[in-house]
Design a protein around this ligand. Structure first.
Ligand code: PAF
Length: 294
């Protein structure tokens, strides 16, 4: 049984694509026991109904997928990991950085893995999950026992039909995504614009170079491969162009009145800068502006 902690868009995408009967959502304390029913609209094919039961106390999951938002993850793990056998692999799907390292330090006895995905899924209606964009999912170990389970975890997850790969250096891959998110998400949330419109705004043009200088220094401090500020800017602008019509996940959170993941994106970079004595005024400014949007 594959247990999924977090029944949002990403959790529902996995629940709908993994073999029926092998998946259950992990209930929150006191949550209703009625199964979750929703409609799933795949990229190809017709919309179909999906029913996912809640994990029962007598059931022992062989794998736990954690698809909560970064800010909810530690609380969710605190409530649930004591009930999960210590040899059950745990795969963390959070955006940004910080929550993965924190979970790995807090639960050294569990096999911990992290994943990053470019699969696009959204919920235009509460009971409808749309697989909006085909992507790739990379999974890698955060600790030695996670490494021992990596091949098995990927074998389970490829049953979904999604593109799932092993990654020998998941931290680097998480960093690559963090760079993109740090250069796009906060700007789109502050400017209330789609990714492609960003490039025309003077606020973005004013701050993108100093932001990339900070990120370039932080990559060095974190022991990541060197990337010049110009390379970083080109990568960020390239993704903004390719996803021009997208509403970024952070802007979507702000518009829906949800907490954003700013503390795990630009906020993470601020904390890292404090540890390494790197000036992060631009990341700090973006973090504070997003924190004040609500
Ligand atoms: O967070 C997001 O929205 C996405 O990672 C990205 C790449 C910025 C595209 O919208």
């Amino acid at each position: 049984m594959i247990a999924i902690l977090g029944a949002g868009s990403l959790g529902r995408l996995w629940a709908a694509t993994l073999p029926a009967g092998q998946v259950a959502f992990v209930p929150r304390p006191g949550q209703a026991t009625e199964p979750v029913h929703f409609r799933f609209c795949p990229i190809r094919g017709v919309t179909r109904p999906v029913t996912v039961p809640w994990l029962q106390s007598r059931q022992t999951p062989s794998l736990l997928l954690v698809t909560t938002k970064a800010g909810d993850t530690l609380t969710a793990l605190n409530a649930n990991l004591p009930l999960i056998p210590t040899n059950t692999p745990v795969v963390l799907f959070q955006n940004g950085l910080g929550s993965q390292q924190h979970a790995t330090e807090a639960w050294p006895d569990h096999p911990i893995l992290a994943a990053t995905t470019t699969e696009g899924a959204n919920r235009p209606e509460a009971d409808l999950t749309v697989h909006a964009g085909e992507g790739e999912t990379w999974i890698g170990a955060m600790n030695a026992s996670g490494e021992a389970h990596l091949a098995e975890v990927v074998r389970w997850l490829v049953q979904s039909g999604l593109n799932v790969h092993t990654e020998s250096d998941i931290l680097s891959r998480l960093w690559q995504k963090l760079v993109i998110n740090a250069g796009i998400n906060a700007f789109t949330a502050i400017l209330n614009c789609q990714n492609g419109q960003l490039l025309e705004h003077t606020f973005f043009q004013q701050w993108i170079d100093p932001l990339c200088q900070e990120i370039s220094q932080l990559l060095n401090s974190a022991g990541q491969p060197e990337q010049t500020p110009d390379t970083l800017r080109a990568r960020i602008e390239n993704v903004a162009r390719k996803t021009a019509a997208n509403t970024s996940s952070m802007l979507a959170d702000v518009l829906a009145g949800r907490d954003t993941e700013i503390d795990f994106i630009n906020g993470y970079l601020v904390r890292l800068g404090q540890q390494h004595g790197v000036d992060t005024q631009v990341n700090q400014m973006l973090t504070e502006r997003v924190q004040h949007l609500k």
